[in-house]
Write a protein that binds this ligand. Structure first.
Ligand code: AG3
Length: 287
């Protein structure tokens, strides 16, 4: 029964499938199709326009790397901005740090509602934290009008195709740099290095042209296509590869050793910023 399996459309002759217990809910917003699936290996999952965003079982793999690496590389992050991340997982991990204020800007109210109802453990009360505020709106417009600087900006977006493509534009990275304090750090999820190499190459090159320091790091997220995932940092002056404080207690993915190691890229990916990186799907492996 085809319905018992979820898979994103194959990319470059490669696909990954997840067995389902059921499809719990689906809706359509002005921006995208929003679905909640019940999966055998990962529990509940959020799917947007057919792309798996997060699951109950492996959210920590993704969120701990996206959040703790920039937060712990920064000497003292007080004000944090999260763009996207409507499930609240990113915000929850930000609030494990001693921050003064965390603002989340999510464009799609339906994602917020679906996650509140079906994936409550992701945010686990983060939106009610006195330090947190939620803005339902466009992250780009928000950045344009931001008047107080942020220490860390996290972009927890969908794949950079369609509306989210703007989130890897040079104009966006310039807005982010302008909204960051003197030692500010931007971190984005930059997709699968094997299956979305083109987007990663673009994002890394553009961050490198806007920020004095740019670095891509890797981790595994079992539910995402290809499992291997990338994140890219733009930093104004601090070296993002070095953790400056101990991790908040209870991390299940992040360790200080892993923080440093995540920046060690395989040789075939080191050509990312050099223009020698072949953007064709899975081409990096073929050489
Ligand atoms: N963050 C981005 C996930 C991108 C996944 N892409 C894919 N499956 N093709 C999702 C939000 C998690 N808080």
């Amino acid at each position: 029964m085809a319905d018992r399996w979820f898979g994103e459309p194959a990319r470059g002759g490669f696909e990954q499938r997840i067995e389902l217990r059921g499809r719990l809910w689906a809706g359509q917003s002005a921006y995208q199709r929003v679905e909640i699936l019940d999966t055998v290996p990962f529990g509940r999952a959020l799917v947007l326009d057919g792309a798996i965003q997060t699951t109950e079982a492996d959210e920590f793999c993704y969120h701990e790397l996206l959040v703790h690496v920039p937060m712990l590389a920064h000497p003292r992050p007080r004000r944090v901005l999260v763009i996207g991340g409507g499930d609240g997982g990113c915000l929850r991990h930000v609030l494990l740090h001693d921050v003064e204020r965390a603002i989340q800007v999510e464009i799609d109210e339906l994602v917020l509602r679906a996650c509140r109802e079906w994936l409550p453990t992701l945010a686990d009360g983060a939106f009610a934290d006195v330090r947190a505020s939620l803005v339902v709106g466009d992250g780009v417009a928000f950045l344009r009008d931001a008047d107080e600087p942020f220490d860390v900006i996290l972009v927890d977006s969908t794949d950079p195709v369609g509306p989210a493509a703007e989130l890897i534009s040079e104009a966006f990275f310039q807005l982010a740099a302008a909204a960051l304090s003197a030692n500010g750090i931007l971190a984005i999820q930059s997709g699968s290095p094997l299956l979305m190499a083109d987007e990663l190459r673009l994002a890394a090159a553009r961050i490198g042209s806007v920020f004095p320091i740019a670095a891509t790091y890797l981790g595994h997220v079992p539910a995402y296509p290809g499992v291997l995932w990338s994140y890219t940092i733009g930093s104004k002056q601090v070296d993002p590869r070095e953790p400056r404080r101990p991790a908040p207690p209870g991390t299940r993915y992040y360790t200080a050793e892993l923080h440093r190691a995540a920046f060690a890229l395989p040789a075939y990916l080191q050509a990312l910023g050099s223009g020698r990186f072949d953007p064709a799907v899975v081409a990096p492996l073929r050489g």
